[in-house]
Write a new protein. Structure first.
Length: 287
């Protein structure tokens, strides 16, 4: 299995970036990622002056054969955090809270111990034009900060340029829904993943399958915009999958689904609409 090193990274999703790596469709690789500050935070929790731009994402990774109009289905097999991480905004004079991550346990300085549940904060493909900074979510991915983007999940990202140009980073060893203080436990990591082409995706925006839950992600300048955007996308998808009217689909989502906050701290806010397989058992679109 190949390892793609963290030394090659981008700070934005953009079609202007040449591929740092090429992989075959269906190939499983290990992707090394930097922490959100590129490895410059010290074990004492100090961020040096003039740090590099935040959220470096390893890549871009060209998936051979991927074409615009398709999606890349990225299955996450494992997210292995480094043995320590940090929490905090890192404002002037502020030290980060350093957390030991040895043996899969997050040990806080005051003695609390919690099992790690690592997630990928930034993952996405190049947009058709322009760029998406790595601190921002978009329909092509980006800084999604969603706790379900973890081992065992498959995230579907729309392809806008040949090869897709996947990039990922900003792993959090532990984060709650909302990421309310602005960070999770930020850490370097190794992510084992497989990317495959989907020639007829369900959506031309980001969606996610974890276990027997289907999720669609939406973004907005406010939480209301993000939440109602997720409702609209999921209602439309449910109508197409099941033949229900728009009203019936919304009533199904309102009674059998969830709207969850992914993050409230980025330049655009992210929410996800979730529908369980049991709500559409005869129309579940996955094997």
């Amino acid at each position: 299995m190949r390892t793609l090193g963290r030394e090659r990274y981008v700070n934005e999703l953009s079609p202007a970036h040449p591929a740092a790596y090429e992989i075959e469709e269906g190939e499983t690789v290990v992707v090394q990622t930097n922490d959100c500050h590129g490895g410059v935070v010290t074990r004492e929790g100090v961020l040096p002056p003039n740090p590099p731009p935040a959220n470096p994402a390893t890549g871009p990774i060209e998936v051979k054969g991927a074409q615009p109009g398709e999606a890349l289905a990225v299955t996450i097999h494992e997210v292995k955090p480094a043995d320590w991480g940090f929490i905090g905004g890192g404002g002037e004079g502020e030290r980060f809270t350093v957390v030991d991550l040895s043996d899969g346990i997050a040990t806080y300085p005051w003695g609390l111990q919690l099992p790690v549940k690592p997630i990928i904060g930034v993952i996405g493909l190049a947009p058709p034009e322009g760029s998406v900074p790595n601190n921002t979510p978009s329909d092509w991915g980006g800084n999604l900060d969603t706790v379900d983007i973890c081992a065992g999940a498959t995230i579907y990202l729309p392809v806008a340029v040949p090869g897709g140009m996947l990039a990922l980073g900003d792993v959090h060893a532990l984060q709650g829904d909302g990421e309310c203080c602005g960070t999770g436990i930020e850490c370097a990591a190794e992510v084992t993943l497989t990317a495959r082409r989907v020639k007829a995706p369900l959506l031309q925006s980001v969606y996610l399958v974890r276990g027997e839950q289907l999720m669609v992600l939406a973004h907005g300048d406010t939480l209301d915009e993000a939440a109602w955007g997720a409702v609209d996308v999921m209602a439309g998808l449910l109508s197409r999958l099941t033949g229900l009217t728009d009203t019936e689909a919304r009533r199904l989502l309102s009674t059998a689904g969830d709207i969850r906050i992914s993050q409230i701290v980025n330049p655009k806010k992210t929410c996800r609409a979730v529908i369980p397989r049991r709500a559409i058992p005869e129309h579940w679109p996955f094997a």
